[in-house]
Design a protein around this ligand. Sequence first.
Ligand SMILES: Nc1ncnc2c1ncn2[C@@H]1O[C@H](COP(=O)(O)OP(=O)(O)OP(=O)(O)O)[C@@H](O)[C@H]1O
Ligand SMILES: [Mg+2]
Length: 306
Amino acid sequence: MLEGGVTALLRLERVSKVFRTGALGRGELTAVRDVSFDVEPGEIVSLIGESGSGKTTIGRMILRLTRATSGAISFNGADISSFEGRALNAYRGEVQGVFQDPFSSYNPIFTVDHTFGMLRRGYCADLTSPDWKGKLEASITAVSLDPEHVLGKYPHQLSGGQLQRLLIARALLLDIRILVADEIISMLDASTRVDVLNLLGDLKARGLGVVFVTHDLSLGYYISDKAVILRSGVVVESGSAERVFGNPLHAYTRMLLGSVAQLEERWVDDPAPADDREGEARLPPDPPDAVLVEAEPNHFVLQGPV
Ligand SMILES: Nc1ncnc2c1ncn2[C@@H]1O[C@H](COP(=O)(O)OP(=O)(O)OP(=O)(O)O)[C@@H](O)[C@H]1O
Ligand SMILES: [Mg+2]
């Protein structure tokens, strides 16, 4: 997925994260191992994998909420690990995250306009009041909400879907370049889900790069340009979404795809039953020296040595 020499908007190169575990920190857990992918403007890249596969950890590293143990993450060619102070603040103005539980992202004692006001002081202090107000209203309108209706409200007076949209409005207000959306629609009801998915499509049309984290492969299928399939912190398959979903090559991807009924006939000869969601435990582990190989243009799969 990496195109040598060309600077990507966001690039992860062999990124790993090792957590210290146990009371004395003597244990180690490799949550993410050697993960590489690019995100370009106007591109939705889905990170897909079961619980514990390292999706959120990757999102948190991109957002600089936690540091990578090894490897490099670069934004427009600059290594994000070097950002401190103003440079880090500027980066956070361009790369924002929206997380699963919209309620936890708001302070319950502040109204929505107060929360947005804090954002103004942090990132848009040079804007005049009328300019700020115009920008605020435009971004709230862009997520199909009525500024009049939501601005004076407290978080508990709004629905999960409205709060989720306001988080996206917040991201728009900052003119961000990359949005990390971590399981943002799991909590929403079916109709709101479609709205928020469509909203992500709008962000894409505005040229934002979106890292869409989901354990639900059918959602990834619906929305993404590129797919990165993670198994226990390792990329087992990646590439154009069309190729990965249309011609899944790794047994783990095929197992996850078992829930996407319309593709079923494609893997009738798969040794793992296609509809067996508990099949993971029975899939053979990937050999430790397996590497990602380009099986077809823009489609990589993890393979052991032959
Ligand atoms: N701060 C931490 N300290 C120790 N281990 C951690 C920490 N954060 C995550 N982990 C471990 O790293 C692994 C990956 O976790 P992560 O939250 O990235 O998975 P995920 O794919 O987002 O899962 P889910 O779908 O459940 O959200 C898990 O084994 C998790 O227990
Ligand atoms: Mg997670």
